[in-house]
Design a protein around this ligand. Structure first.
Ligand code: BG6
Length: 448
């Protein structure tokens, strides 16, 4: 599986919401880093769209290395995003930059704004003629809707103005270095490639455990909860990458459709009752934090799922996530079946922190007696590499290079909401099963 960079694509990145948190903490630093590794397009400009342009760019670059490059290539553009006429002004400025470049450029619109605002922006970009150009791209942040219906409406809205190939829906987990490694690991090691199915694997557990709480994002979180925030997006994507067929001849272009095929097979267990296949929890103190003593928003979810794909029939699957837990870590655990009642092997893909891979094997303990013990073959990236690129570097790099493999397609978005639809409906207004857990708990302590 290979990727190529074309530095000859003149590019104008239009960041809508340049003064926001995401732009300061992730996007601008990612650009600084891409430039530091000499991977930025040769002709490159950033337009930071903002309501008031009297800001010091230096303030936006506190977390950015290679500040001079980013500063020299960034200009602030004051406009009212709710006025369609102002988009024409932007169009003129983009044309002027292309004149300076001496060639036409691709426009990347990065919408770093709340979803309700992005709907209007999409419409106005479309109406002002900016979307009609072949080389205009739209980069969108999650959430992509809040349920099946709203996601379908949102996708239909975007489809009125943009072709699917122009749209890049970001799930930053897909762009994490170690998540990209899952496919490479599966493809590159025949021992695992040949045993990656129900004949050898007993169960799969994927966990996104967070130490932080909701970090002041009261409105967002009260209307979102862990099921929408993490399960619908990051966790189901990790599961899709784990279960999907490998692309033939390493063809990364097919990855989103292969993930989609895997997602289509995932269902909630048909024979179990709701309370046995899913647990939801809320950390103690959450209600005070959001100033709503009746809140039933979940900050923890643990859900069992199944795949109807004959390759995965009978394999137990569990996805778990929670906030205010003891540690921050994301990992995929593959438990192999026991052979003749002997102990099983376990493969652990550590996505963060201490990124790496561990495989448990059984070996004789040294000594006169015949005792066996469990030992880990362990590999950590940090022992071999000094840095791992940040997810947003990869997001920008791939969008610049028109590589859709790390972005979620509209089919995938719809499919993930479909999987959770009946659960979401049965959760509305019923708090009968909400577990209140202590901050700093282990995931196992929450569910037991
Ligand atoms: C975001 C969620 O998508 O992912 C946040 O909205 C969560 O609630 C974050 O904290 C976790 O991302 P990471 O990269 O820190 O694991």
């Amino acid at each position: 599986m290979t990727k190529q960079m074309n530095k000859n694509i003149p590019t104008i990145l239009i960041i809508i919401g340049i003064t926001g948190d995401l732009s300061k903490r992730k996007l601008l630093p990612a650009i600084g880093q891409i430039a530091a590794t000499k991977m930025a397009p040769d002709k490159f400009r950033i337009i930071g769209v903002t309501r008031k342009a009297d800001i010091d760019i230096e303030d936006l670059l506190k977390d950015t290395i290679n500040k001079d490059f980013v500063k020299d290539n960034t200009e602030l553009f004051e406009m009212d995003l709710t006025n369609v006429a102002e988009y024409k002004k932007l169009l003129i400025r983009l044309g002027e930059i292309e004149n300076e470049f001496g060639s036409s450029a691709q426009y990347l619109f990065y919408l770093s704004v709340p979803p309700n605002v992005s709907k209007t922006i999409v419409e106005f970009i479309g109406e002002s003629g900016l979307a009609g150009r072949q080389n205009t791209k739209l980069l969108l942040e999650k959430p992509f809707g809040v349920d099946l219906k709203s996601a379908t409406d949102l996708i239909n809205h975007i489809n009125q103005y943009f072709k699917p190939k122009q749209v890049y829906r970001i799930d930053h987990y897909l762009a994490k270095e170690t998540v990209q490694n899952i496919l490479v690991f599966r493809d590159g090691n025949s021992l695992f490639k040949k045993t990656w199915n129900k004949d050898f694997i007993d169960r799969i557990e994927i966990i996104v455990s967070e130490e932080i709480g909701i970090e002041g994002r009261v409105n967002f979180y009260e209307n979102t909860g862990a099921l929408r925030d993490i399960v619908q997006s990051h966790l189901l994507q990790l599961l899709a990458i784990t279960l999907m067929d490998l692309p033939e001849e390493g063809n990364l272009e097919n990855v989103p459709s292969l993930r989609y095929e895997a997602l289509k097979q995932i269902t909630i267990p048909s024979i179990k009752s709701l309370s046995t296949y899913v647990k939801r929890g809320q950390y103690k103190g959450y209600r005070d934090e959001v100033k709503n003593q009746n809140s039933i928003t979940e900050t923890f979810v643990s859900i069992d799922l199944e795949s109807q794909d004959p390759k995965w029939e009978g394999v137990k699957i569990n996805l778990t996530t929670g906030k205010a837990l003891k540690n921050k870590f994301t990992e995929i655990k593959i438990y192999y079946k026991k052979e003749n009642n002997k102990e099983s092997n376990e493969l652990q893909l550590r996505l963060q922190p201490n990124e790496g891979i561990s495989f448990s094997v059984w070996a004789k303990r040294p000594g006169y007696e015949h005792q066996i013990g469990r030992h880990a073959l362990d590999f950590s990236f940090k022992d071999h590499y000094t840095t791992l690129p940040e997810a947003y570097e990869q997001v920008l790099f791939n969008a610049i290079n028109s590589d859709h493999s790390l972005f979620t397609s509209s089919d995938e978005v719809i499919e993930t909401w479909k999987i959770l639809d009946s659960l979401q409906k049965s959760w509305v207004n019923s708090a009968y099963d909400l577990i209140i857990y202590k901050k700093g708990s282990n995931p196992e302590e929450v569910v037991n």
